[in-house]
Design a protein around this ligand. Structure first.
Ligand code: NAI
Ligand code: 0TF
Length: 260
């Protein structure tokens, strides 16, 4: 898994706010409104214990601080434990945390100790970015393109299929594509021979330039958690694309709504 770097987590609250404004313009709803509707939940004043984890590649600068920022933004009662790892876990419980947030190099989870709900970042990120793309208020069809069918993309594609969208999907990894075709019923998108352009695009790859000119229509909505961004800035400008792309906090907002 590609790990975040402290530089990507610079100015996170401004980035979240900027993206929330794009989401509002393109869908008529805020990220919080969309989360409420997806999970049918509302945030209260939950106490969120954020536990830094040193396993593997260790603490990522600005990671716990960014999680604390989003708890403040969502008017939750967040705190970062002074201790790390098991001692941090113990400290969070002793401080009466309702929800724990913690990540190692493989998994990032939210665990609600009061109701037992647990969520992973990759599923919640896939669901919220796919949902945002699907809510484009100037789309006139239910056709949506999913680019990348890894952990995040598969979760998003599955969400869109359940919502009744016509999901076209591309992944150069044939096994990943075949799995999504047979398990979910997505339609394979042939990048070499396809006249179809999309107004709604959900991209979830770790690569640049995955979105090509022949995939998109003018004034489309591209919703992508992928780092780096799959949309070339020049192409985005030429096609007047609404681009939703943020490295951490949209996915974390989705995690918190999913466990309350
Ligand atoms: P993954 O490694 O499980 O899946 C990536 C998939 O993209 C693979 O199936 C790969 O074959 C496919 N892919 C690569 N190049 C492609 C191309 N040109 N066209 C179509 N598909 C292509 O990765 P995962 O966990 O699904 O994460 C995807 C991206 O999302 C990564 O960049 C990750 O860092 C980022 N991410 C961002 C989050 C956020 O909050 N912004 C949260 C979680 C992940
Ligand atoms: O970097 C990652 C994921 C994050 C997905 C959200 N964009 N790509 N995971 C590693 C997190 C490690 C955190 C570290 N152990 C800490 O600071 O606690």
């Amino acid at each position: 898994m590609a790990l975040l770097t402290p530089n990507e987590l610079y100015n996170v609250s401004q980035e979240f706010e900027k993206n929330n404004n794009i989401v509002k313009r393109a869908t008529g709803l805020s990220i919080e409104d969309i989360c409420e509707s997806v999970y049918n939940t509302k945030l209260g004043s939950e106490k969120i214990g954020i536990i830094p984890i040193t396993a593997g590649n260790g603490i990522i600068g600005n990671f716990a601080e960014s999680l604390f920022t989003i708890t403040n933004y969502l008017e939750l009662d967040g705190f970062i434990t002074e201790h790390t790892d098991v001692a941090g876990y113990y400290e969070a419980i002793k401080q009466y945390a309702d929800i724990l947030l913690m990540a190692d190099d493989y998994l990032f989870i939210a665990h609600n100790l009061k109701n037992g709900k647990i969520a992973t970042n990759h599923v919640c990120t896939g669901v919220i970015y796919a949902e945002i793309a699907s809510r484009c208020n100037y789309a006139d069809t239910k056709d949506i393109l999913v680019i990348g069918l890894g952990k995040v993309g598969y979760a998003g594609a599955s969400h869109l299929i359940k919502k009744g969208f016509n999901v076209y999907a591309y992944d150069p990894d044939k096994m990943a594509l075949e799995k999504a075709v047979s398990e979910l019923g997505v339609r394979p998108y042939d990048i070499y021979n396809n006249g179809k352009r999309f107004c709604m695009v959900f991209e979830a790859t770790p690569n640049e330039n995955t979105i090509t000119e022949d995939m998109i229509s003018e004034r489309c909505l591209v919703s992508t958690p992928g780092i780096p961004c799959g949309l070339n800035p020049e192409l985005g400008k030429n096609y007047d694309v609404d681009l939703v792309m943020e490295p951490l906090l949209i996915g974390v907002t989705s995690m918190l709504y999913s466990v309350v």
